[in-house]
Design a protein around this ligand. Structure first.
Ligand SMILES: Nc1nc2c(ncn2[C@@H]2O[C@H](COP(=O)(O)OP(=O)(O)OP(=O)(O)O)[C@@H](O)[C@H]2O)c(=O)[nH]1
Ligand SMILES: [Mg+2]
Length: 462
């Protein structure tokens, strides 16, 4: 699919009345010719590479001025794609940039497919596949932490780590292959050393795949459902975390009837918080519909916060709710209204709780005063599996993690062959399979299918 044709797309976000500047990017052998056909640069400006020209985009036939713009020419190979690239920096919004793009297409470029600029960059050796994917992650990042992880990937952190493992496997493979042909001429084979090396690589790959799960939380975020009896303060908690009055709060039980959703970023982790209707037996048909939605939210959330009222203590209704939770859901149990508890001087009503059933309160908070907020956020992130992400070095995505795990699994075969003391050929088959998977990960061995899969997930213009 990568040919010698010239592609073009709007590289910046397109939104009505927004973005004062938009960039139309053109890449391919015709890029400069198309630029020259449409762009008039007054005075003695010269078309040098990596120089900015000032001028106007004009209709090549009618001469109508479409926009005042800057043109940046980057000749091959010193460009993002490694091809001749022209960027037209036009005015933003909807109309100007679309008209400029139309002219560019009419002048001979074809619309770029999703991720096609990055794909060309990889094919021309301007960057490896993991970096190209990091570009996509950087653009899609919804939190500071996700952006930092993507930047680490962009700087080649992932490729270096994979390369290190690949080098170790290649060493072993070379050693084994040499034995297949020249066993007699070589010193005795260090079997235990080889097995140890393979095990280490396997562990490193598994650790990376596991890290990927955590990194994903930073990228994609999690859904957290706050559930509990009516009036325990669920909506108050949502408002406190969102730092705005998203949900209606009253002292009437049954206030929230519908799901209230709030997107927020806690400690760099993007979360979708769901405030739900208080769960209780009721004959009110509207409230019942709301409660049905609460149950649906419970079932689909990644993390469930079960909120109860410390003043009322852990009641049989709370206990019933806990028991109704879908199998496998372990809620974060949070006691609310600790301010009121302190005001009344009552000791935590957990002695009653002990009689009803053993429930461990994970955190005590006051949605009203903000007490316990930090402890709650820390406990929540811990539960999300994002508690100690500071040590993450890179952002493996799902595709990469899958390949790393498969490579680790392939090494099981080689280790098995070693344990059974099979002939060298048996070791090398699996070793080669593992290496092929790692190559697919960094894109050193590019098959058309991998490329298509990776790049079709990009947005157009990158
Ligand atoms: N003292 C005190 N009162 C609180 C606290 N949190 C909530 N409240 C009060 O408790 C009442 C119920 O709060 P909501 O946030 O509406 O409770 P809810 O769980 O959303 O209730 P439903 O929507 O009916 O299920 C309101 O009067 C709040 O002001 C708290 O931390 N301390
Ligand atoms: Mg509510």
């Amino acid at each position: 699919m990568v040919g010698e044709d010239t592609i073009a797309a709007v590289a910046t976000a397109v939104a009505p009345a927004q973005g004062s500047v938009a960039i139309v990017r053109i890449s391919g052998p015709e890029a400069e010719a198309i630029g020259r056909r449409l762009f008039r640069a007054p005075g003695r400006q010269t078309w040098d590479s990596h120089r900015v020209l000032y001028g106007h985009v004009e209709h090549p036939e009618s001469g109508e001025r479409i926009d005042e713009a800057l043109l940046l020419l980057m000749r091959a190979p010193r460009s993002f794609t490694g091809e001749d690239v022209v960027e037209l920096h036009c005015h933003g919004g909807l109309i100007c940039v679309q008209r400029v793009l139309e002219l560019v297409l009419a002048a001979g470029a074809r619309p770029a497919g999703p991720g096609e600029f990055s794909q060309r960059a990889v094919l021309h050796g301007r960057m490896d596949l993991t970096r190209a994917e990091a570009v996509g992650q950087l653009v899609a990042a919804r939190s500071r932490r996700a952006a930092q992880l993507a930047m680490a990937g962009l700087e080649g952190g992932l490729q270096r780590r994979i390369d290190a493992q690949r080098a170790r496997l290649l060493d072993q493979l070379a050693e084994l292959e040499a034995r297949v042909d020249f066993e007699e001429d070589l010193p005795p084979f260090d079997g235990p050393g080889c097995v140890a090396a393979l095990r280490q690589v396997q562990q490193a790959l598994r650790a990376m795949a596991e890290e990927a799960g955590r990194a994903e939380r930073y990228r994609e975020g999690l859904t957290v459902a706050i559930v509990g009896r009516p009036n325990v303060g669920k909506s108050s908690l949502l408002n406190a975390l969102a730092r705005q009055e998203r949900a209606i709060v009253t002292d009437l039980p049954g206030t929230t009837r519908d799901l209230v959703e709030s997107e927020l970023v806690l400690e760099g982790v993007p979360l979708t918080l769901l405030d739900t209707a208080g769960i209780r037996a009721t004959s009110d048909p509207v409230e019942r519909l709301g409660i049905a939605r609460s149950h649906a939210a419970l079932a689909s959330a990644d993390v469930v916060v079960l909120l109860y009222d410390l003043l009322a203590g852990w009641t049989p209704e709370d206990q019933a709710l806990l028991q109704q939770l879908p199998e496998g859901v372990v809620p974060l149990v949070v006691g609310n209204k600790c301010d009121a508890l302190a005001a009344t001087g009552t000791s935590p009503a957990l002695s009653e709780a002990a009689e009803i059933g053993p429930v461990q309160t994970d955190v005590r908070i006051s949605a009203l005063s903000g007490a316990g907020r930090d402890a709650f956020v820390a406990a929540l992130l811990q539960r999300c599996g994002a508690g100690d992400g500071a040590g993450l070095q890179m952002a493996l995505n799902r595709r990469q993690a899958d390949l790393a795990s498969r490579a680790a699994a392939a090494l099981d075969g080689a280790l098995e062959a070693a344990a059974q003391q099979l002939a060298w050929d048996f070791w090398t088959i699996d070793l080669r399979a593992a290496l092929a998977l790692l190559s697919e990960l960094t894109g050193d061995d590019l098959s058309e299918a991998v490329l298509e899969r990776v790049f079709s997930r990009f947005c157009i213009g990158k």
